[in-house]
Design a protein. Structure first.
Length: 410
């Protein structure tokens, strides 16, 4: 027998974005439903996917998260301070050409942010969601069909149940079913490029520094893993489809040698400690972020290359602004509120989308003018303190939203 439920907010997507959105809006709205077709909403469930990825969260994002979860405990138990980003230009033969460091003290901060394992962050969010009586979770149920009306959105779920909501939020990833149901198209940038991510142990300590090595094919990023020592990291490696396919099928010994070579030996010999996770190099942004009684956030709205830790930090800025806009009206699906969200959020998001994709294209391409622009551009910013500060703050999202200093010791 099918059921029909009513709610103020319906969120499609039970990942980090959906969980944060539910917690963020639960103080204002009495009935929130969050569903996911693939995930269980149980923090200790064996059905939860093992996510070995990590997320670098900027200080402004951490300040916001502190209102949702016990952040201090999370950072103490499994966080890692990030206070330096080193940009490295590599030659085609694997030689180090140029190294430029951006340090947090250049903008008078102790750190840019913290690195947190996705799995630990999701568990902390789920624990708080399950404790909140205003939030109902629907495990292994997804959106099948959406019909919007002037005063409400009608949502048909995959199990046949129906939900009537004053606002529908699509936080269901780059292949968003909500976006598809609403008929919203996307602008796409597709490259013959793929990426892999995995964890490693290495010979030399990395401490609180992230390293991004640029070479044709794509960036190779080393992110320090939160642990007791400084010899474990997460690797994000982007390259041509052909090369990534070759690397993915190498035996462990040859693959470790290839990683050490691609890292220019900057952290010594490398040993892989986790399975590889692979994704394609197609990046997209929705043509619009709002619709009648509906809104798109996170990867449903924008899917960017993993450069400069923009992904989840950009998503948190989506949630911040959405929360601010919805506080202006008793009706969460008010046409003017959603229109204001779209008009305020679209341009900053578009700039990030164009900027990160341009950086990725410069790294992917073997065209000499683009390589020169990349190299000289880094030089210009590195040698001018004022420009460097502006670049860092733009990357951190400052100037687009109010940011409060966030300083902690490990």
């Amino acid at each position: 027998m099918t059921r029909k439920q009513y709610c103020d907010i319906f969120i499609s997507g039970g990942g980090l974005a959906g969980l944060m959105t539910a917690l963020s809006l639960a103080d204002k709205f009495s009935k929130i439903i969050c569903c996911d077709p693939n995930l269980e909403f149980e923090s200790d469930s064996t059905d939860l996917p093992q996510d070995r990825r990590v997320t670098a969260l900027f200080n402004s994002s951490l300040d916001y998260l502190a209102n949702l979860i016990p952040l201090e405990t999370l950072l103490t138990d499994c966080g890692k301070r990030l206070s330096e980003i080193e940009i490295v230009e590599a030659g085609e033969k694997g030689q180090l050409i140029q190294t430029t460091s951006f340090k947090s003290h250049s903008i008078d901060r102790e750190e840019f942010g913290w690195v947190i394992p996705n799995e630990n962050l999701r568990k902390a969010l789920i624990d708080k969601v399950l404790q909140n009586r205003r939030i109902t979770t629907l495990s292994k149920k997804g959106v099948k069909k959406v019909i919007t009306r002037t005063k409400e959105a009608h949502i048909l779920l995959s199990n046949g149940d129906r939900v009537v909501s004053r606002l529908l939020i699509g936080a269901d990833g780059k292949n968003s079913r909500v976006r598809e149901c609403l008929g919203i198209n996307t602008n796409r940038i597709s490259l013959p490029q793929s990426g892999i991510t995995f964890n490693v142990r290495h010979q030399l300590p990395l401490s609180h520094k992230s390293i991004e090595i640029y070479k044709s094919g794509g960036p190779f990023t080393i992110i320090p893993l939160p642990c007791e020592d400084n010899y474990s990291s997460n690797i994000i490696w982007m390259d041509s489809n052909k090369n990534i396919d070759i690397y993915s099928h190498m035996d462990s010994g040859n693959f470790a040698m290839e990683i050490t070579k691609r890292s220019l030996g900057m952290v010594g010999n490398i040993e892989v400690t986790s399975p590889l996770l692979k994704w394609s190099g197609t990046y997209q942004m929705a043509n619009k972020l709002s619709h009648e009684r509906a809104i798109l956030i996170a990867e449903a709205a924008h899917n960017l290359p993993p450069i400069g830790a923009q992904g989840l930090n950009l998503t948190i800025n989506d949630i911040k602004l959405l929360n601010e806009q919805l506080a202006k009206s008793e009706d969460p699906g008010d046409f003017k509120i959603l229109k204001d969200y779209y008009s305020t959020r679209y341009l900053p998001t578009l700039l990030k989308f164009v900027g990160t994709n341009f950086l990725n294209l410069m790294s992917f391409s073997n065209i000499l003018p683009l390589k020169i622009i990349r190299k000289e551009g880094v030089n210009i910013f590195a040698n001018n303190r004022q420009l460097q500060s502006m670049l860092i703050k733009f990357g951190l999202g400052e100037g687009l939203f109010e940011v409060k200093p966030f300083s902690r010791t490990e």
